[in-house]
Design a protein around this ligand. Structure first.
Ligand SMILES: Cc1cc2nc3c(=O)[nH]c(=O)nc-3n(C[C@H](O)[C@H](O)[C@H](O)COP(=O)(O)OP(=O)(O)OC[C@H]3O[C@@H](n4cnc5c(N)ncnc54)[C@H](O)[C@@H]3O)c2cc1C
Length: 404
């Protein structure tokens, strides 16, 4: 039995290895890029956050987030870590639950998968971009830049549109749509947000811990706490990725309220500023030792204070304005950055038309899909790769078993 897999990314490689566990399966992995796992090697800032000890159903989004439940239970985090250990990968978990290769190199993850693919029952065809798929009575005819392939079962593991420079493409959606599947609107998720605050450019590159609350027309839309990074255009970093899904989609006044000192109350900060007022510093140094120096200066300016004032001249009202800038800075959000900057695609191929227990299409027998091409996206912190491993292995093992 020949099983064709389109896409040699995270879910495609997992599917290939699971399918090849079945003695009758001959697997052909078709990858349009010159090597497998190109995006994978850039994940987690080159470290690859391959899963999260807390990854569970609640961390996923899409038209029907419960679609992930069976795959995540069958190939859960523990099983995933055992599987990687069998492949030779030593991993380490951070207190947050994020799991990384012990080597701290994403390439280690790609390498152990690549080595495992090197077996007789798996043929990898690199530089093979699938352009067309036809279903007939004998199975599937797959055509592309590398020629033709006939297969009995076909797994579409083309990933999503996010991270276009690393291989994100519309291809999987187009292939599945041509076979009768429906695709939702696609949006960038886990993405930087552009903002209309003039202070941002002076803070480019600054990282800090904060609580970020996205407000739509004044009402809380989403919130999180963690690391923020300022970019030339706006806000980035894990805390922003976590709140970015669907921000600025739909009308409304979108704002991000930033608390740069979530561990300290307004009263405590005010008391500390009163204490500092008796010192001999200038306003520009008022927040030294509390916040990143550049951030401190920008926030005191934001509070409307001249930088050359001595702190001793500050009124109680002025101290309250600084507390407000530090603990409740409202930044207008304009739009998310594009798909090229996003880590994951929100939206995708409707999961209603797939069986969550096998990942097989309900419309085309023998056709399977896994990973990001489906209308599933996970939270920041290893959830998306866990979905790729779980759904890929489920699709591969179901296809390997053949139709029952
Ligand atoms: C910069 C960045 C950092 C990220 N960091 C993390 C992280 O640390 N942790 C985490 O959990 N998630 C992370 N993600 C998300 C995660 O990488 C993806 O969700 C995951 O790789 C999806 O797996 P996939 O197999 O569905 O798709 P991919 O890994 O994208 O693989 C799809 C493959 O299919 C190939 N392909 C597409 N069309 C065709 C075609 N027509 N013919 C042949 N081949 C084709 C592509 O070239 C690609 O190799 C990150 C994403 C980005 C962009």
């Amino acid at each position: 039995m020949v099983i064709g897999i389109i896409g040699g990314g995270a879910s495609g490689m997992a599917a290939a290895l699971a399918a090849a566990e079945h003695p009758m399966a001959q697997v052909v992995l078709l990858e349009r890029q010159a090597r497998v796992g190109r995006k994978l090697s850039a994940t987690g800032n080159g470290r690859c956050n391959l899963t999260n000890l807390h990854a569970m159903e609640g961390g996923y989004h899409g038209g029907d987030p419960s679609f992930v439940a069976y795959a995540l239970k069958k190939f859960d985090v523990e099983e995933t870590l055992r599987w990687f250990a069998r492949l030779g990968l030593v991993t380490t978990a951070e207190p947050s639950g994020r799991v990384y290769p012990y080597s701290d190199q994403a390439n280690s993850v790609v390498d152990v998968l690549r080595f495992a693919l090197d077996r007789e029952s798996i043929r990898s065809e690199l530089g093979f971009e699938v352009q067309k798929v036809r279903k007939d009575l004998q199975g599937f005819l797959v055509e592309g830049t590398g020629g033709q392939l006939r297969c009995d079962a076909l797994i579409v593991a083309c990933g999503g549109l996010a991270g276009t420079k690393l291989g994100g493409t519309m291809s999987g959606y187009q292939i599945l749509r041509a076979l009768g599947h429906r695709v939702t609107r696609l949006r960038p998720a886990l993405v930087q947000l552009k903002c209309g605050w003039s202070g941002v450019s002076a803070l480019k590159g600054v990282r800090c811990n904060c609580h970020a609350a996205v407000l739509r027309d004044g009402a809380l839309f989403r919130q999180s706490q963690g690391e923020l990074q300022f970019t030339q255009y706006g806000l980035s970093g894990p805390v922003i990725f976590e709140v970015s899904r669907d921000v600025c989609f739909g009308k409304g006044d979108w704002k991000c309220r930033l608390d740069f000192l979530p561990q300290m109350s307004r009263e405590e900060l005010y008391a500390e500023l009163v204490r500092r007022r008796s010192g001999g510093r200038g306003v520009e140094d008022l927040l030294v030792g509390i916040l990143h120096n550049r951030l401190g200066r920008v926030l005191t300016k934001e509070a409307g204070l001249g930088q050359d004032l001595p702190v001793s001249a500050l009124s109680d009202r002025q101290l309250h304005s600084i507390v407000q800038a530090v603990k409740g800075l409202d930044v207008a959000l304009t739009e998310p950055m594009g798909m090229d900057c996003a880590q994951v695609t929100a939206g995708g191929v409707l999961t209603d038309d797939f069986d969550p227990r096998t990942m097989e299409s309900r419309l085309v027998p023998g056709l399977y899909a896994c990973g990001e091409v489906l209308d599933i996206d996970g939270d920041c912190g290893g959830y998306n790769l866990q979905w790729a491993w779980s759904s890929g292995r489920l699709a591969g093992s179901s296809a390997g078993k053949g139709r029952t």
